[in-house]
Design a protein around this ligand. Structure first.
Ligand SMILES: C[S@@+](CC[C@H](N)C(=O)[O-])C[C@H]1O[C@@H](n2cnc3c(N)ncnc32)[C@H](O)[C@@H]1O
Length: 316
């Protein structure tokens, strides 16, 4: 399936000269290798442009005239290698570039973390309206299952006085999250901590708990394109129905939410399983302009009301 690119690098380095040549060459190979686009772009053309411009540290909306600029030999060799890895190894583009964009912000990423793509970005950019506003901003925020730290760090920008905790069970992910805290100069307000869900958070409480936990069920996991299998399995897999972690989050969140607090959780396609498991719970499913779905909101009061149901669902 992942056939090699059949042309010697030496001849290609001589033949391909300009950025435009490389975009065209990438496009041909992306199409012939039937790549999957789900990590920042959704088509071969955008992916080729992002690869060429991104790896040369040029803005992706650069003036078209730049495409006819010639490249140095080192740049040509670098581009050929990136195109080869994208096609033959199926490495997602953000891993190749070491960077991903979320809520208009740049994040360092590599294979230790999921590539940011949560629709929760839209909620953050809207300031979590109508649950919060400028006068009633959350003072303490928890980004549970933080990965690269993208959600919590974007929340810190949205609420400039809030203190944010980023937590994850993966030490690898926490290293990347810490790099992103430094990258955004937020170490005075954003901390990272190692915790298996809420286990190491003691008596800490928050006004907003936001989480994009692993929620892919067994069936979806087996059907995912190869690009997604390069992401940490710990970031995706969550048992038969995708709800292994969500059940625990629902049962334990209330203890860590202040009065008037809000829980926001992404469950993606596992929304159907969650509705079937708790038909009595009035999950509020966020409507996104992007047409995304699978993110619910529950208030602290609603968690109180259904605590017994959430506890029962956690019993073996
Ligand atoms: C779907 S990724 C989300 C990453 C990031 N929040 C984002 O939106 O890009 C889920 C994250 O949950 C972490 N995780 C998995 N099991 C966990 C657990 N039991 N406790 C805490 N974090 C966990 C994974 O390491 C991974 O970083």
């Amino acid at each position: 399936m992942n056939q090699p690119i059949n042309q010697s690098t030496t001849s290609l380095v001589q033949e391909l000269q300009t950025l435009r040549d490389f975009v065209r060459w990438a496009l041909t190979n992306f199409n012939s290798h039937h790549l999957y686009y789900g990590h920042g772009t959704d088509n071969a053309w955008d992916e080729a442009l992002h690869l060429v411009l991104g790896s040369l540290h040029l803005p992706w909306d650069s003036d078209d005239r730049l495409l006819d600029a010639r490249l140095t030999q080192l740049e040509r060799e670098k581009l050929l290698e990136l195109i080869r890895r994208r096609c033959e190894d199926r490495t997602p583009l953000p891993y190749l570039l070491g960077e991903s964009w979320f809520a208009g912000l740049s994040f360092k990423v590599d294979a230790r973390v999921l590539i940011p793509r949560s629709p929760i970005a839209e909620l953050i950019q809207d300031g979590f309206a109508p649950w919060f506003n400028e006068d009633e901003a959350p003072a303490r925020i928890l980004d549970l299952c933080t990965g690269s730290g993208c959600i919590g760090i974007a929340c810190a920008y949205a609420f400039p006085t809030a203190h944010v905790t980023l937590s994850d069970v993966s030490e690898d992910a926490l290293m990347v999250a810490s790099e992103n805290i430094s990258h955004h100069h937020l170490s005075d307000r954003v901390v990272s901590t190692s915790s298996d869900l809420f286990a190491a958070l003691g008596g800490e409480t928050f006004d907003l708990i936001v989480s994009n936990p692993p929620y892919v069920d067994l069936r979806d996991l087996s059907l995912m394109p190869e690009e997604y299998h390069q992401e940490p399995e710990l970031a995706l897999a969550a048992g038969d129905d995708g709800l292994d972690l969500v059940r625990i989050i629902l049962a334990q969140a209330r203890k860590h939410l202040n009065e008037g607090g809000v829980l926001v959780v992404e469950v993606g396609n596992s929304e159907t399983h969650l509705e079937a498991l708790f038909p009595q719970v009035p999950f509020l499913w966020v409507e996104f302009e992007s047409n995304a779905s699978g993110v619910f909101v529950l208030t602290a009061e609603q968690l109180d009301e259904f605590q017994a149901d959430f506890d029962a669902a956690c019993k073996p």
